[in-house]
Design a protein around this ligand. Sequence first.
Ligand SMILES: [Fe+2]
Ligand SMILES: [Fe+2]
Length: 293
Amino acid sequence: MTRSRYQEPIVVRKDLDFGLDQDDIPRYWLGGNPFRTRLFDAVQATFPDGERYFISSVRNFRERISNSTLLKAVKDFTMQEGQHGQVHTQFNERLRRQGINIDAFVRHTKRMCDGRLENYSAEYNVALTAALEHFTAMMADLFFAEKEMLEGADPRVRAMLAWHAIEEMEHKSVAYDVMQQVAGVGYLTRVAAMTHATGSFTLFTLVAPWYMLGMDGFSVSERIKLYRENLAWLAGPRKGMLGRLLPMIASYYRPGFHPEHLPSVHNYSAWLEAFERTGDTLVAAEAMYAAAA
Ligand SMILES: [Fe+2]
Ligand SMILES: [Fe+2]
């Protein structure tokens, strides 16, 4: 059976201003909910170093890429990730001003990424990168296909997430193609890396908000209460984050899987059209959010 292919062009967008240094962005920007906000904050805190790791893993194979289309895609992927790193570093500075020990999160990520580059083969690292890129490529669907996940979010933070999600979707195949076509990684290594990535991502997503909420001054019993109150949002089988993620993760285990088999999120064109018309990421994100189901 031949599957349809969905691949958007990779567009490098630079010097974007989301207004992340503005002081009126609420501390708990996601509907005033500390747990949901800190979950996003903690995951995004890993992005600058995580994305540097992705770039290094892919670049390890650059000399061996002979296909000019793939070479150009790698260049654009690197530039998009570089921009993401800059913006998320800005967001990390916001968290630092709130009294969050952001260095502890950054140190942890950097140590983990450096350790992987040092201890694993280049092939396994690019397989891990392809797996983690599958997670970031799912962001658009997970957070923007429907209104529910980001209900009540501050428009500036939502705009940052929308832009990042859009670009992750645009370059969803790059690490995968390098892994498959250049590094020659086969099925077993690919799915082993996905299992590894899923485990470490899930563990971090569960544990990191606990620490960040502690830095906010929530006691242990208050934190347990916050986790309990948000359990359905986090792990609900149908509408929760995990429930939505599982089928998308499962698709990666299919032999013959390719990221291009996954359709672009239905409101991608709403973002793109508004951005091309106005050059404003806030307007684009609001158009995308308005078009969400
Ligand atoms: Fe990124
Ligand atoms: Fe990416």
